[in-house]
Write a protein that binds this ligand. Structure first.
Ligand SMILES: Nc1ncnc2c1ncn2[C@@H]1O[C@H](COP(=O)(O)OP(=O)(O)OP(=O)(O)O)[C@@H](O)[C@H]1O
Length: 248
C-alpha cells in the first residue's frame, strides 16, 4: 500500500522532556491505523504533529511522497488531513448545517457583487454527508447540543467530508460514549474507510481497535515499539502488547 503520509525520525521535546524519539511511521492509503500506548507514551504529541497543531523538534513528513510541513491545523486540513479531537470542536448552540460548514459557508450571488448564504445548498449537502455515513437526522437545523454523542461525531466527520479530507484522524472518539453510541461511531469509521479514506484512530479501547483497525502502531516512552497488522489479534493480546511493548 503506497503511504499517504510518512514520518521519518520525528522527535518532539518539551524542554527536557523527550516526548517522541525518532518515530518512523508510514500511514497507508485506505487503511485504518490505530495508534495505541499508555498514558504519556506520546500519542497526543504525534497527533498534534500530523494534524498541524505543533511542529516536530526534528524529522520529516512526506505527504504523497513530497516533503511537507503544516503551519496550522487549517493548513493541514487544506492539504487533506482532518483531525477530530475528543471535544469535536463543535459549536453546541449552532445547527448541524452551521457546524458542518463553519468557516466554509457557501454563498450564492443575488446581485452583481452581492452574495448571500446558500442555505438550501448547505442543507442538502449536509444531509448528503450524513446520508453517506448512514445517519438519518430529520431536522438539519437542530442545535448539535441536542444530538447524541455518536450523532455529534457524525457532524464532525461530515465537516471532514466537506473538506474532502483524505486522512481523518480521530482522537479517542469513543472515550465518552456508551455501548450503543460506540457501535455507531465504529460504524462511521467503517463508512469513511469504505469511501477509500484513511483513518488514524487514537484509542485506549482495545476492543474498538480490533473491531475496526487494519494495523496498529504501539508507542512506549516516545518510541514506536510495535507496528503490525491487527488481523489475528484479540483485545487482550493487544492490551498485553501495549503494557509490555512486546509482541506476545
Ligand atoms: N506541552 C507539554 N509540555 C511539557 N511536557 C509535555 C507537554 N505535552 C506532553 N508532554 C509530555 O510528553 C510526554 C508524552 O505526552 P503525550 O500527551 O504526547 O502522551 P499520550 O500518549 O498522548 O498520553 P495520554 O494518553 O495521557 O494523553 C509525557 O511525558 C508528557 O508529560
Amino acid at each position: 500500500m503506497a503511504p499517504v503520509l510518512s514520518l521519518r525520525g520525528i522527535e518532539k521535546s518539551y524542554g527536557a522532556v523527550a516526548a517522541l524519539k525518532g518515530i518512523d511511521l508510514d500511514i497507508g492509503r485506505g487503511e485504518v491505523l490505530a495508534i495505541c500506548g499508555d498514558n504519556g507514551a506520546g500519542k497526543s504529541s504525534l497527533v498534534r504533529i500530523i494534524s498541524g497543531a505543533q511542529e516536530p523538534s526534528a524529522g520529516a513528513m512526506m505527504l504523497d511522497g513530497r516533503t511537507v510541513s503544516f503551519r496550522s491545523p487549517q493548513d493541514a486540513l487544506a492539504k487533506g488531513i482532518a483531525t477530530i479531537y475528543q471535544d469535536l470542536a463543535l459549536a453546541p448552540r449552532l445547527s448541524i448545517v452551521q457546524n458542518v460548514f463553519m468557516g466554509a459557508e457557501l454563498t450564492r450571488p443575488v446581485l452583481p457583487f452581492v452574495h448571500i448564504l446558500d442555505k438550501r445548498r448547505m442543507e442538502d449537502l449536509a444531509k448528503g454527508y450524513l446520508g453517506r455515513l448512514s445517519v438519518a437526522v430529520e431536522d438539519m437545523h437542530r442545535p448539535v447540543e441536542r444530538l447524541s454523542g455518536g450523532q455529534r461525531q457524525a457532524v464532525a466527520i461530515s465537516r471532514a467530508l466537506h473538506w474532502d479530507a483524505q486522512v481523518v484522524i480521530m482522537d479517542e472518539p469513543t472515550a465518552a460514549l456508551g455501548v450503543k453510541e460506540t457501535a455507531l461511531v465504529l460504524d462511521l469509521i467503517r463508512k469513511l474507510n469504505a469511501e477509500g479514506r484513511t483513518v488514524v484512530l487514537i484509542s485506549h479501547n482495545m476492543a474498538d481497535v480490533t473491531a475496526v483497525a487494519t494495523r496498529v502502531a504501539i508507542l512506549k516512552s516516545g518510541r514506536k515499539v510495535i507496528d503490525r497488522p491487527v488481523a489475528g489479534l484479540d483485545a487482550d493480546g493487544l492490551a498485553h502488547m501495549v503494557m509490555t511493548g512486546k509482541e506476545s
